[in-house]
Design a protein around this ligand. Structure first.
Ligand code: GUN
Length: 310
């Protein structure tokens, strides 16, 4: 039976580490890391996400500020605010929640955030650093995917990894991170032929296609590790709504380990945002850390992953 990778437990562990780093910084007389979140407009889902992000900061001791701007805010006013925040030494991370209203050029706005403060890892400089393996800030969901993989895999060298989905936010960065770990990576997408056959060769499957229960049991090699990034609300057979991932979870019990939906990748995203904010603060304050080559930083505690047989 597959181990269920407990994203909530791994996220809690990461939060504990982030909080310990904040405490260490304060004990060393350094300023408290600060994150500013910008929300333009009234999008309901965005309001919920922003509230969660702000609340999470409190848990680990990051100072958070919030700028809620009306939907008709001009692009120039938004860029002027970002300029001010870019220049403010107490702000180490800037996150501009997307989607932005249609009259605003999202790419221009995201590019206007200083790369060192871009805790989303969306700035082309950070994208370039990631794709050349030269550091920078890693986007939160791909970072979460890698930390979950590191929580069950010791040695990635030579493993066959198949990424399903080629988005700039998940598929491409995950592929780059897996390459950095010396995996043999195949990136697949909606036009890929023989996808089941390709997936069946994989030691690692990262499903990020946004297609509910796309990956069937017979796409999965026995002993593979599956990370399911998808999350879609569908109507179940009983007529009730439920959340499902891109993987037919119940069919994949011959995997070695699998993330559930919900409770897998989802909880990692905010934990990684907090970790990125502290990393950004340290870099801006000139604190240098040893490179472990492991995003998880030290040997993960694997006791939290439960077997489906239990
Ligand atoms: N909207 C939904 N998810 C995200 C995210 O991770 N970052 C930003 N900036 N906006 C989002």
């Amino acid at each position: 039976m597959a181990d269920i990778i407990d994203g909530r437990a791994v996220a809690r562990q990461l939060d504990d580490k982030t909080k310990a780093q904040v405490d260490e910084m304060l004990a060393a007389g350094l300023p408290r890391p600060g994150l500013t979140v910008i929300l333009v407009g009234e999008d309901g889902a965005s309001q919920v996400y922003v509230r969660r992000k702000i609340k999470a900061c409190e848990k680990v001791g990051i100072h958070s500020t919030e700028h809620r701007l009306p939907a008709d805010t001009s692009q120039d006013d938004l860029l002027a605010l970002i300029d001010t925040l870019n220049a403010d030494p107490s702000v180490h991370g800037i996150l501009c929640q997307v989607p932005l209203p249609d009259h605003i050029d999202t790419r221009l706005v995201l590019r206007s955030i200083r790369p060192e403060k871009d805790v989303d890892g969306f700035h082309p400089v950070n994208v370039g650093r990631l794709s050349t393996g030269t550091g920078g800030i890693v986007p939160c969901t791909p970072l979460g995917v890698m930390i979950l993989l590191e929580s069950v895999i010791d040695d990635f060298v030579g493993l066959d990894a198949v990424v399903i989905g080629k988005s700039n936010i998940v598929g491409k960065p995950v592929a780059n991170l897996l390459l950095d770990k010396e995996c043999t990576v195949t990136v697949t997408h909606i036009h890929t032929e023989n996808l089941p056959e390709i997936a069946r060769k994989a030691d690692i499957i990262v499903a990020a296609a946004g297609a509910p229960e796309l990956v069937k049991g017979d796409w999965v090699k026995p002993g593979a590790v599956i990370i399911d990034v998808g999350i879609t609300r569908i109507k179940g057979e009983d007529g009730k709504e439920k959340l499902v991932g891109d993987v037919a979870f119940d069919q994949c019990q011959h995997a070695r380990a699998i993330t559930p939906v919900p409770g897998g990748v989802g909880p990692m995203t905010i934990a990684c945002l907090l970790a990125n904010t502290v990393q950004a603060a340290k870099a801006q304050l000139g604190v240098h850390e040893g490179e472990t080559g492991n995003l998880y930083h030290d040997a993960p505690d694997r006791s939290m992953h439960s077997s489906t047989a239990a």
